[in-house]
Design a protein around this ligand. Structure first.
Ligand code: PHE
Length: 458
């Protein structure tokens, strides 16, 4: 156990955990949820979700990880609740499933970077042909998984932490440059108005539900990614302030992504924001069109910068997803880190093959659940998303907070948080976290879980 390794500093941990949080969810998911959910009203609800629901879950995950110094399966066992390690097993499974398709989309982003570097703006209108090209997207997915595994194989301080310390600042510089450029474009004001002036008439239960799910995924909660990262955190670190900074970084980058995205789209639509395309197309179809109109030189620079940014963001997230099953094998099955990394990466790549085929590559996987009697065609990748992301994550989160509040007992949790933060006990934050994990989080997560199961699978 002595060779498990750990983060070298509080900043290193925050960079890595923020790297896990900031990903496709922020740059791809958040803007299109905003577009679908009526602009700024969605953003406000999202903020409330992050702090009211997600922050207490994040603190709990990190504390369980640091207390036990173990992967999510080992953590519950070592606390003396062997049966509860089912939470950890569900988390490892979620990590494997999510990474299997997340890596495919990350590969698209990297592929787009390579296309745009060569000035191939048509890629936007060829999105369908691109994703259906199994050889091409397969190759990009292999490259992406390889980069992920390479970083994880180097260990915590000199792999995951070091990569985050390089990639996260680069990402911030790139995104700020793009924002500065985007807001100077014609019609930027219309884009920003759409984004920043709330339209509360758009708010309904579905928008709230979407915001909750988006926030939960974006903060990498519910599958033990933060239990795992927490297990590498020093006892001197303050968990509350670390979690607050990770949350703020995640919200901040999602928010800034919107400041870039909406002016770009407004520019393309000549300010007619009611024509905004929804769904995945926003990034992979619409944006290349925007870059093309910027002309061959500037378009290449801005377009390539954007997809490089997206790839960097995805990479620090795939790293955290891979670390969950790897730490499980290292701790629980005493497999050497290096071997575990490459084995798991290969396994997850193979699990991802149906997802590689799910967007035009094969009819079976592109219309997956119609084959099981469903009326609406749902491709395999979306199906896995509904299962792992929409269903397992809230279920995992529900079990984690319920475990902490009702089984492990809050006093133990408070003791762990107090370590490295001597002002915690008796503070307002303590009372809030206690209340949240006892009542608010279990109720909301339980509701999300039930609604998702009813909605998606029945
Ligand atoms: N938070 C990441 C994103 O927004 C995805 C992720 C989820 C990473 C769960 C790790 C664990 O893209």
């Amino acid at each position: 156990m002595a060779t498990r390794g750990g983060f070298s500093s509080k900043f290193g941990f925050i960079a890595a955990a923020a790297g896990s949080a900031v990903g496709l969810g922020n740059l791809w998911g958040f803007p299109f949820e905003v577009a679908d959910g009526g602009g700024a009203a969605f953003v406000l609800i999202y903020l409330v979700c992050c702090f009211v629901l997600c922050f207490p879950v994040m603190v709990t995950e990190i504390a369980i990880g640091r207390k036990t110094g173990l992967n999510p399966v080992g953590a519950f066992k070592s606390l003396g609740y062997k049966n509860w390690n089912i939470i950890g097993k569900l988390g490892v499974l979620s990590g494997v499933l999510i990474l299997s398709y997340y890596n495919v989309v990350a590969g698209w982003a990297f592929g787009y970077f390579l296309e745009l570097v060569q000035g191939r703006f048509e890629i936007g209108s060829e999105f369908g042909t691109f994703t259906a090209n199994f050889t091409k997207v397969g190759l990009y997915a292999i490259l992406f998984m390889f980069a992920t595994a390479f970083i994880v194989s180097k260990g915590i301080a000199s792999g995951i932490e070091k990569a985050a310390k390089i990639l996260m600042p680069s990402l911030i510089i790139l995104i700020l440059m793009l924002v500065i450029y985007a807001v100077t474009l014609e019609h930027a004001t219309e884009g920003l108005q759409f984004y920043l002036i709330p339209d509360f008439s758009k708010i309904n239960l579905e928008v709230v539900y979407d915001a909750l799910g988006q926030a939960f995924f974006s903060l990498s909660l519910g599958m033990g990614a933060l239990i795992t990262y927490g297990s590498y955190v020093s006892k001197n670190d303050n968990i509350i302030s670390s979690a607050a900074l990770i949350t703020l970084a995640d919200i901040g980058i999602a928010f800034i992504a919107g400041l870039m995205m909406f002016p770009f789209v407004a520019y393309l639509l000549n300010g007619n924001m009611d024509q905004i395309p929804s769904g995945a197309g926003l990034i992979f179809v619409t944006l290349p069109g925007v870059f093309e109109t910027l002309g061959p030189n500037l378009g290449v620079i801005i377009g390539a910068a954007f997809f490089l940014l997206l790839s960097f963001a995805a990479l620090t997230s795939t790293v955290s997803l891979l670390e969950v099953p790897v730490s499980y094998l290292v701790d629980e099955h005493q497999i050497r880190r290096n071997r575990a990394v490459w084995l798991v990466a290969l396994g997850i790549f193979l699990v991802g093959i149906p997802s590689l085929l799910a967007n035009g590559g094969s009819d079976f996987f592109s219309q997956f659940i119609t084959y099981f009697g469903a009326e609406k065609a749902v491709d395999f990748m979306s199906f896995l998303g509904h299962l792992a992301n929409d269903t397992f994550l809230p279920l995992g989160g529900l079990m984690i907070v319920s475990f902490a509040a009702y089984i492990w007992k809050k006093e133990q949790l408070y003791n762990e948080i107090e370590t490295g933060n001597s002002n915690f006990k008796g503070s307002f934050i303590e009372k809030y976290i206690g209340f949240a994990i006892t009542y608010i989080c279990p109720v909301i997560l339980g509701m999300i879980f039930i609604l998702t199961v009813l909605n998606r699978f029945f």
